[in-house]
Design a protein around this ligand. Structure first.
Ligand code: GDP
Ligand code: MG
Length: 313
C-alpha cells in the first residue's frame, strides 16, 4: 500500500493547547508551553513517523503548531498571524482545537469561519476533557452545537496533556492524508535549529518566572552557539522594552537571571546531550514589538543560509 504523508496545521485560540498537542503527538518537547497567551510566536514543525503495520501503510504526519489566533495590535502580532496563514496555506488538514472549559464566543466563531474559508478538511478537537472530570455531560451540548456546523469532518474529544484519545486521532489523521513521499528522514522530528530551540527554552523560563507585562515584552536572541569538544558555549541576549523590566529580569543581586539561567541550562543540556556553558545578558530595546525590521530579524528561517554556513565552518 502507498505511503501517506502531508502537512497538518494545528489551529486555535491562545491557550487552547496547540503546543501541548504537538509535543504529545511527536513524543518530544519541541514547543514551549505556558498558561500565558502568545507563548508560541512562530510556526513550529514536528514530524510523526508511523511505521507500516500488517495491513496498513507507513505514514508521515508533518504537524505545524501555530501562534494563537488573535486580533494583532503590533508588528509582532501581525507577524504571528502571518505565520498562522502560511501554515494553513500548505496544509492538507486542519486540526482546530478548542478548550472545552470555555464557553464558545465570537472569537471561536471567527476561528470556525477562518477554518471553513481555507477550503481544507477540518477536524475539531475538543481539548482538556480531563478538566471536566465528572462533568462529562458538558461535552454533549458542545458536540451537538459544533456538529450542526457543516465544517468539521470529525469531532474528537481529547486531552493533549493526559494524552487521552490521541490513539484514536492518529489513524484518522493518516486516513485524511494523500499518498505522498517521505519528506523527512526517519531520525528527524523538527526543522528547528538547536540554537533557536535554546532561545525558546530560555524564553520559557522568562514566561514561567515573571508576570504582568514582562513575558510579552521579552524576546531572546542567541548571539553565540559554539559546540566545543567538551561543552557547548551559548551566549544569549534577553531583550525587553523598558529599564524597569530589565531590573525585574535581573532581580536583586542578579538572583532572577541566575535562577532562569540555571533552569534553562539544565534543559538545554538534556536537549543537546552535552554540557552547556550559558551566558545571559539583558538588553533594553524600546518598543521592539512595534519594529517590523526587528521582528523580521528574529525569524530564524530568514537566517537559514547563515546558520547552515556557520554549521559547515
Ligand atoms: P497553546 O497556546 O494553544 O499552544 O497552549 P499550550 O499548549 O501552551 O497550553 C496552554 C495551557 O493549557 C498550559 O498550561 C497547558 O499545560 C494547558 N493544557 C494544554 N492541554 C491541556 C489538557 O488537555 N488538559 C489540561 N488540563 N491542560 C491542558
Ligand atoms: Mg503554543
Amino acid at each position: 500500500m502507498a505511503f501517506h504523508s502531508g502537512f497538518v496545521c494545528i489551529l486555535g485560540r491562545p491557550n487552547a493547547g496547540k503546543s501541548t498537542l504537538l509535543n504529545a503527538l511527536v513524543g518530544e518537547k519541541l514547543a514551549i508551553i505556558s498558561p500565558k497567551p502568545q507563548t508560541t510566536r512562530n510556526r513550529i514543525l514536528g514530524v510523526v513517523h508511523l511505521p507500516a503495520l500488517k495491513n496498513k501503510s507507513g505514514a508521515q504526519i508533518i504537524l505545524l503548531d501555530t501562534p494563537g489566533v488573535h486580533r494583532p495590535d503590533s508588528s509582532l502580532g501581525r507577524k504571528m498571524m502571518g505565520e498562522v496563514r502560511e501554515a494553513m496555506d500548505g496544509s492538507s488538514l486542519i486540526l482546530m482545537i478548542v478548550d472545552v472549559t470555555h464557553r464558545p464566543d465570537q472569537s471561536d466563531e471567527f476561528l470556525v469561519q477562518m477554518a471553513k474559508r481555507s477550503g481544507t478538511p477540518v477536524f475539531l478537537l475538543l481539548n482538556k476533557i480531563d478538566l471536566l472530570r465528572h462533568d462529562k455531560s458538558k461535552l454533549l451540548p458542545l458536540i451537538n452545537q459544533y456538529s450542526k456546523l457543516p465544517v468539521f469532518r470529525e469531532i474528537i474529544p481529547i486531552s493533549a496533556l493526559k494524552k487521552q484519545n490521541l490513539d484514536l486521532l492518529l489513524p484518522k489523521i493518516v486516513e485524511a492524508l494523500p499518498p505522498g513521499p517521505r519528506y523527512f528522514p526517519e531520525e528527524q522530528i523538527t526543522d528547528q535549529p538547536a540554537r533557536f530551540m535554546a532561545a525558546e527554552i530560555i524564553r520559557e523560563q522568562v514566561l514561567h518566572q515573571t508576570s504582568e507585562e514582562v513575558p510579552y515584552a521579552v524576546t531572546v536572541v542567541v548571539e553565540r552557539f559554539e559546540q566545543l569538544p567538551k561543552l557547548t558555549h551559548i551566549a544569549a541576549a534577553i531583550y525587553c522594552e523598558r529599564p524597569g523590566q530589565k531590573a525585574i529580569l535581573i532581580g536583586q543581586r542578579g538572583q532572577m537571571l541566575k535562577k532562569m539561567g540555571t533552569a534553562a541550562r539544565q534543559q538545554i543540556e538534556r536537549m543537546l546531550g552535552t554540557r552547556v556553558f550559558l551566558e545571559l545578558f539583558v538588553k533594553v530595546r524600546p518598543a521592539w514589538r512595534e519594529s517590523r525590521e526587528f521582528v523580521e530579524e528574529l525569524d530564524w528561517r530568514r537566517h537559514l543560509d547563515q546558520l547552515v554556513g556557520a554549521r559547515q565552518e
